[in-house]
Design a protein around this ligand. Structure first.
Ligand code: NAD
Length: 437
């Protein structure tokens, strides 16, 4: 099938490459000339495991190209909308200006029977407005909302083999002509047994924000339990293991730590609250305010724990932060709790060095006042305390005896509860986890 993918960021670049991998002819379109140049050179403009290799392999087949020209969409029949929907400045609501300008730019190139597929995360009600816009230009065009659930760090495998596909169409009917067309696009994952649900437009939009709200709530729930464990010297990791064995609860997403961040969860729960307010249903989501507050509280709490770890004062202390990305296997630092904590420590007088296997470039662009070091061995040298804030495998694998030879003080705060406290304490370290005695 001939496909255009509009917006080639973390979602769109992966989607474009994966659609070409599934055998389709794909053109990726973005307004960012640097990104398009990188992608055209088979170079992933951000770090995502497997993406560069995939770009090289599909581009060599001639099935994938990239351009800044929206007119290239005229050669396709299916158009995926993958542009950003960030939080508005100073407001909770989503900024839909990128989506609106992408749709306006695409509309003149739509042909009879074309299918526009929305993948961006949007407030409920947005899709029907997009439908009005596109059918004003091309009355026979169709719209599907097909929310994306990929996880950065696993984006390629998640796109090629998602755990479910949701198709939102006007009226919610299986018989809608656009359903058959999207089934052809996803023929490979569907034949491998991926479940597919057809809903109306508004349910599909809500599925995405509801899923993110549930995940955020689960993380904040265990972080609230961590606060109680800290107040009572209980151990939140044992608590999570014990409650997680209940199948109704499950152990995943119950890891207490410094909380969630990134380009999705924080802005999505806020946009969801803002939209609920506009709909007069704000009471339904007031709990998300608490979810957000618990999450943000973790960041200030970690600064306090770090102060305790440094014998009551961080002024002038050399603190090394291990990890800047919002999660491992990604270079994405949007609303990264690790960077937020690093900046707070620096503002309070600590001399902070940040290291990360992939995210230093992005981190330095956001927080140029922090000191960055690429190599872990250099970053930890002469540190008074280490803070593990993004659980990259190489930090999990650190040998406390070897690292201990380079630091000035053997103090470690494990912001993700991934290290073995016994191992670190035996090597002479003062180890502090979150929600652990
Ligand atoms: P991103 O900022 O990495 O990418 C957005 C891209 O859209 C940018 O490259 C930007 O230049 C481009 N763009 C903006 N306006 C454009 C226009 N008018 N025409 C063409 N391109 C335009 O954002 P992202 O992380 O890829 O997220 C995109 C959407 O997908 C968001 O709604 C997000 O919530 C959703 N989403 C993201 C993820 C994820 O893990 N990143 C997962 C699921 C859903």
């Amino acid at each position: 099938m001939r496909i255009s993918v509009i917006g080639c960021g973390y979602l769109g670049a992966v989607h474009a490459a994966c659609m070409a991998q599934l055998g389709h002819d794909v053109v990726g379109i973005d307004v960012d000339t640097k990104k398009i140049k990188d992608l055209s050179d088979s170079h992933a403009p951000f770090y995502e495991p497997g993406l560069s290799e995939l770009l090289r392999s599909v581009q060599s087949t001639g099935r994938l190209s990239f351009t800044t020209e929206m007119s290239a969409a005229a050669g396709s029949n299916i158009h995926f909308l993958c542009v950003g929907t960030p939080q508005k400045k100073g407001e909770y609501a989503a900024d839909l200006s990128y989506l609106n300008s992408a749709v306006s730019a695409l509309a003149p190139f739509l042909k009879p029977g074309d299918v526009v597929v929305g993948k961006s995360t949007v407030p409920v009600g947005t899709a029907s407005e997009v439908l009005t816009l596109i059918t004003a230009h091309e009355p026979t065009a169709h719209l599907l909302w097909n929310p994306e659930f990929l996880r950065e760090g696993h984006a390629v495998e998640d796109t090629l083999g998602p755990d479910r596909l949701v198709y939102g169409v006007h009226g919610g009917s299986e018989e809608h002509v656009a359903v058959k067309i999207l089934d052809e696009v996803y023929a490979t994952p569907l034949s491998a047994g991926v479940p597919r649900l057809v809903t109306d437009l508004q349910t599909a939009e809500l599925v995405k924000t509801a899923a993110n709200s549930f995940l955020a709530t689960k993380i904040s729930f265990i972080n609230a339990m961590a606060e109680l464990c800290e107040a009572t010297s209980a151990d939140v990791t044992q608590l999570a293991d014990a409650i997680g064995l209940d199948e109704r609860i499950g152990r995943r997403f119950l890891n207490a730590g410094i909380g969630f961040g990134g380009g999705c969860l924080p802005k999505d729960i806020r946009a969801f609250m803002a939209r609920a307010g506009e709909l007069g249903a704000d009471q339904a989501l007031t709990f998300l305010r608490e979810v957000d507050a618990i999450n943000m509280r973790r960041r200030t709490r970690v600064v306090e724990i770090c102060r305790d770890l440094c014998d009551g004062s961080i002024l002038g202390k050399r603190i090394t932060v291990l990890g800047a990305a919002f999660k491992p296997d990604s270079d994405d630092v949007r609303d990264s709790p690790a960077l937020n904590i690093a900046a707070q420590l620096q503002l309070q007088g600590a001399a902070v060095t940040v290291t990360d296997p992939r995210a230093i470039g992005n981190a330095a662009a956001r927080f140029p006042e922090l000191h960055y070091e690429e190599q872990t061995a250099k970053a930890v040298r002469d540190a008074d305390a280490l803070l593990l804030l993004t659980e990259w495998q190489e930090y999990r694998d650190l040998d406390p005896c070897i690292v201990g030879l380079d630091v000035a003080g053997r103090r470690i705060l494990d912001g993700r509860n991934v290290l073995d406290p016994i191992k670190w304490r035996t090597a002479g370290w003062t180890y502090k986890g979150l929600g652990r005695p």
